[in-house]
Design a protein around this ligand. Structure first.
Ligand code: GLN
Ligand code: ZN
Length: 777
């Protein structure tokens, strides 16, 4: 009997699971934003996108991936890969139905409208993709969702590559992950679970696979990272069961390409591993950087295992010997074949170290961005084909770089290490909260329901231009300093006029709340072109934390001191916390994160002492990323919370009892981290709350959280000005549930993305509402 399925070539010996799509110079960002602004039409945008895809293919082939063996992934996206999959199967919320093509298809217009919203129609929600800083668009799925093929983009991209002589492997979010990440639509009844629609969705995926085969794809990659997570609404067993059903169904088709199912970001659950091994698919990719080589199970004899041994999430050249050893071990699991791969898509790393001319060459030799990681995969693949001896030299070179890094100046700084090693428990303890409250009340004399903001004021075009000119050397340091001082003075006067109680200097000197500190601390490097997509057309440029962290000089003190000199009201010093600094940087991989966090914490501790000496009595240490780094596996969470909370405490515990320590957290999902937030032991915590008010206040009240708390009274993501009544109503509810003496009044987050008009109007209303409540209570 012959296999009825058309013959496909075997899986290549090496591949990457995806490549950055924003372009080496953020060309896609510029093109997409120009299209939104109406300066280029859809046809021109499509042309630019096609050119980027071609550049990527050519680049990957030049780096050593095969043109025609399906080792080049096609992972382009105009905005987000989850949205791509949702749109392809027709999962567009009802409110955007009018945006569909006359034949029901979903074109670029509808795609972008759902991503960005239009008028009263809110965009799809955005949330973090597993434990990364990438945000995906949350599909909305209900009983009313009609699954039907609605876009032939994936097939068109396969055909486009084919015409250029490439056989690419399209990368698509798999059906289980698509549903597991979706939320119930507005029309869905209470308790509706999108995963219940799996059987309706599968025929559409089957059709999609057939169309990809017809377009010339020999292999298709379906990404199923949901199968590693313990942090989704669906339990691992339910997800594994869904995977078993999904791949039994998809695998059964005869007119399909060969299937690679990937599970990055952590270790596959044992149930899911068994389910995938037993499924009629041809290859499984495992993340061996964040998971161990799995046990032998039934069903592997005819499958290829792709060992994700090259880390898709960090920027280190890493240990190639260890990667090779991982592949050798994987060969022992009993699969038909083993290939080398990245642990995840490379969308989480910048394009190319060779684009960083200003980077110290020694540091650069320790790094691998996407292109260098492709090179590593190519080396490992050659080893799998020709044997270890063939790549021994390359392995030795990588080990030599690693050795060089270990011994290089700055990687280990004796003084920093001695100080960290000598820490005793007392360094993490601030002392009795009640005594602190009394000391702070006496020192600060604040009214009931004190008002404040989260730190930044609008970053106007003028501010950005001045910073850029200063960076290019066109604006002399003295002039730049004068410019910033004028800006601070303006912001202080404005806050006094509005009548706020605790003022801020406005953060005009900061390009970014993490990079600013990275630029002023030893142990960090910053890149010129190291952009990484954050969401849609937005990208960030994470700093590289490569060595022991020390503070050569005070960072924020002069600005805060100057700002305080302009007012009799307390000026709040503004720092970014250790966890957030780690979360939004690329962090060294040669020691536990907790050790690195403590080094950052000690630098901040010194900064706090200097702020106090300069007369600053209120200091805020922002930790908006505390929840983001929470591990996907429940078993790993306690250890994480221990070091993350510990580092915050280490940073702040040196403060005098009379110094009021604030923290700020940017999300309202308090649930799993509420105890951790309390354990930070800040005197005042401001949180995002305006969008899910009732819930947040209820959660806080229930948890017995006893310190100062400022649930944001308005959403800063929109230019809308909240009315006095609306804020007063929120405050009424807040003071009804939380202890009156502990409540603060503030917006949800910093104001840097807002304009001045709405900012002033909103803050005026905030103060007016607060005064009303003060009179009433
Ligand atoms: N202090 C920062 C600001 O106001 C906080 C930003 C944040 O929480 N993301 O901009
Ligand atoms: Zn915030």
């Amino acid at each position: 009997m012959t296999d009825p399925r058309p013959r496909t070539s075997p899986f290549p010996k090496g591949t990457i699971l995806g490549y950055p799509r924003i372009g080496r110079r953020r060309e896609l960002k510029r093109a997409v934003e120009a299209h939104w602004a109406g300066t280029i039409d859809a046809a021109e945008l499509e042309q630019i996108a096609a050119r980027l895809r071609r550049d990527t293919r050519e680049r990957l082939a030049a780096l050593g991936l095969g043109r025609d063996d399906s080792s080049i992934p096609e992972s382009f996206s105009f905005y987000d890969q989850v949205h791509d999959a949702a749109v392809t199967v027709g999962a567009l919320p009802e409110r955007f139905a009018a945006r569909r093509d006359p034949d029901g298809g979903i074109g670029l217009g509808a795609y972008f409208t759902a991503a960005r919203g239009e008028g009263e129609d809110a965009p799809l929600e955005m949330t973090k993709w597993f434990d990364t800083n990438y945000h995906y668009l949350v599909p909305e799925i209900g009983p009313e969702t009609v699954f039907a093929p609605s876009s032939d983009r994936f097939a068109a991209q396969v055909a486009e590559a084919k015409a250029d002589g490439y056989t690419v492997r399209p990368v698509i979010v798999g059906p289980v992950t698509l549903l597991a990440l979706a939320k119930a639509s507005d029309a869905a009844p209470a308790g509706f679970d999108p995963l219940g629609r799996l059987d309706d969705l599968l025929p559409v995926y089957a059709e999609l696979l057939a169309s990809l085969r017809a377009a010339g794809a020999e292999w298709v990659q379906l990404d199923e990272p949901a199968l590693v997570s313990e942090s989704l609404p669906a339990a691992p067993a339910a997800l594994a069961d869904a995977a078993a059903r999904a791949y039994a169904a998809l695998g059964a088709a005869t007119d399909r390409p060969a299937l690679l199912v990937t599970a990055g970001y952590a270790q596959l659950s044992p149930e899911a591993w068994r389910a995938l091994a037993a499924a009629p698919i041809e290859a499984i990719a495992l993340d061996l950087t964040r998971g161990a080589v799995p046990e032998t199970v039934e069903g592997l004899a005819d499958k290829t295992l792709v060992g994700g041994v090259v880390d898709g999430r960090n920027v280190w050249r890493g240990d190639l010997e260890a990667a090779w050893a991982g592949l050798e071990q994987l060969r022992g699991v009993g699969a038909a074949d083993v290939a080398a791969g990245t642990s995840t898509s490379l969308q989480h790393v910048p394009h190319d170290v060779d684009d960083e001319a200003a980077l110290d060459p020694r540091l650069a030799s320790w790094l691998a961005f996407a292109d260098q990681k492709v090179g590593q995969v190519v080396i490992l693949a050659a080893g799998l084909v020709d044997g270890r001896a063939a790549i021994a030299e390359a392995l030795a070179e990588a080990s030599a770089a690693l050795d060089d890094r270990r011994g290089a100046p700055g990687v280990r700084d004796g003084a920093v290490r001695e100080r960290a090693a000598a820490l005793e428990a007392g360094a993490f303890e601030r002392g009795d909260y009640g005594a602190r409250v009394a000391a702070q009340d006496a020192a600060l004399g604040l009214p009931l329901l004190p008002t404040t903001t989260i730190g930044s004021f609008p970053q106007t075009g003028e501010i950005r231009r001045a910073r850029a000119r200063h960076g290019r050397g066109e604006l002399h340091a003295d002039e730049y300093e004068r410019f910033l001082r004028d800006e601070i003075a303006r912001v202080v006067t404005l806050q006094e006029e509005v009548g706020l109680d605790v003022l801020v200097h406005g953060e005009a000197e900061r390009n970014d709340m993490v990079q600013y500190f990275a630029e002023h601390l030893d142990g960090f490097a910053v890149t010129e072109n190291g952009w990484v997509q954050s969401y849609g057309s937005r990208a960030t440029r994470p700093s590289i934390l490569w060595g022991d962290v020390a503070r050569p000089a005070p960072i924020t003190v002069a600005w805060s001191e100057f700002a305080q000199s302009l007012t009799g009201k307390p000026m709040k010093g503004m720092l970014t916390g250790p966890v957030t600094i780690l979360a939004w940087s690329f962090v060294r991989d040669d020691q536990p994160l907790g050790d690195t966090a403590n080094q950052v914490a000690l630098a901040l501790r010194d900064e706090i002492a200097d702020l106090e000496d300069a007369g600053i009595r209120v200091i805020q240490v922002d930790e908006p990323a505390l929840r983001e780094l929470l591990p996907l596996k429940s078993a790993d969470q306690p250890a994480y919370l221990e070091w993350s909370v510990g580092s915050f405490r280490l940073a702040t515990a040196g403060a005098d009892a009379a110094t009021q320590v604030h923290t700020h957290l940017c999300y309202s999902e308090f649930d799993v981290v509420i105890d951790a937030i309390a354990a930070l032991d800040a005197d005042v915590t401001s949180i995002e709350a305006a969008r899910s008010r009732g819930e947040v206040i209820g959660d806080i009240a229930e948890s017995g959280f006893a310190a100062g708390i400022g649930p944001g009274v308005y959403d800063i993501h929109s230019p809308r000005v909240p009315s006095v009544d609306e804020i007063a109503e929120l405050l009424d509810r807040t003071v009804a549930e939380l202890p009156l003496r502990r409540v603060w009044v503030n917006p949800d987050c910093g104001l840097k993305t807002r304009g001045y008009d709405e900012t002033v109007a909103s803050l005026q209303n905030l103060v007016a509402a607060t005064r009303q409540i003060r009179e009433r209570v």
